[in-house]
Design a protein around this ligand. Structure first.
Ligand code: SF4
Ligand code: F3S
Ligand code: FES
Length: 248
């Protein structure tokens, strides 16, 4: 049954903005993005919203619904009461461009800081061989759709602009972990994880894992194993001695 849903949408730009209230018709089975589109079509043709696939796969429609980082296209209206006010705001950790569209370039800057996959010298594409268990390990991380909801929710940068320079955020620390765990990657990622990408800022609150729409166990499977490798490298006396001898 159709009903009139109450939407409260943030509208504005980098200089100022406000929450505005709307009543928008909702049909059975719809998601929040459907209502944002109907709002655009019927009342606010200049409302800015980023989206692409409407299938939870492009990572474009990230925003916050009632304060929780979510994909608008995967958030069913049926999880809210018909009388509930549904507040839709842009991701808070990034500067706003307009309305629901944030500037996520911080994420691309962090991506560029990570050296790419580095196979052993002389090994040509087509000659790569790895065990199935190693393929499966990185497969989980490669499900990432780069929605940046994990980046948005992590308290290290959510309200701390000053940490952005030294903290890559969960998505990119996960990328470092993926490469570090790759059996054919010969680059040394452990030191940089701590010193360049800011792994030490993460105090494993797991909020990133909770909001990941792909269900990637970012904290347990990427961040904690990386922390263990850093601890081994820096504080295990046997590993430390081995590194010293090996480096001579
Ligand atoms: Fe989005 Fe999950 Fe990738 Fe983070 S790890 S960017 S939450 S898909
Ligand atoms: Fe942030 Fe996730 Fe660590 S939310 S503190 S990166 S566990
Ligand atoms: Fe592609 Fe929502 S529109 S993930």
């Amino acid at each position: 049954m159709a009903y009139s849903a109450k939407l409260r949408v943030w509208r504005g730009d980098a200089t100022s903005g406000e929450l505005q209230d709307f009543e928008v018709e909702a049909e059975e089975g719809e998601v929040v993005l459907d209502l944002i589109h109907r709002l655009q079509a019927t009342q606010t043709p200049d409302l800015a919203v980023r989206w692409n696939c409407k299938a939870g796969k492009c990572g474009s429609c990230s925003a916050e619904v009632n304060g929780r980082p979510r994909l608008l296209c995967m958030t069913r209206m049926s999880i809210f009461g018909e009388d509930e006010v549904i507040t839709v705001t842009p991701m808070r950790a990034f500067p706003v461009i307009r309305d629901l569209v944030p500037d996520v370039s911080y994420n691309y800057e962090k991506a560029r800081e990570i050296p790419s996959f580095t196979p052993p010298e002389g090994l040509e594409p087509g000659e790569y061989r790895m065990q199935q268990v190693d393929v499966e390990r990185s497969q989980e991380f490669r499900k990432c759709i780069e929605c940046f909801l994990c980046q948005d929710t992590c308290h290290v940068i959510r309200d701390h602009e000053e940490n952005k320079e030294s903290f890559a955020g969960p998505r990119f620390l996960m990328r470092v972990a993926e490469l570090e765990m790759h059996p054919l990657d010969v680059a040394d990622r452990v030191g940089d994880a701590q010193d360049v990408h800011g792994l030490g800022y993460c105090n494993i609150t797991k909020c990133c894992t909770e909001v990941c729409p792909e269900g990637i166990r970012i904290t347990d499977n990427a961040l904690i194993p990386m922390k263990e490798r850093v601890a081994d490298r820096r504080y295990d006396p046997i590993v430390w001695l081995g590194n010293k001898i090996f480096k001579r």
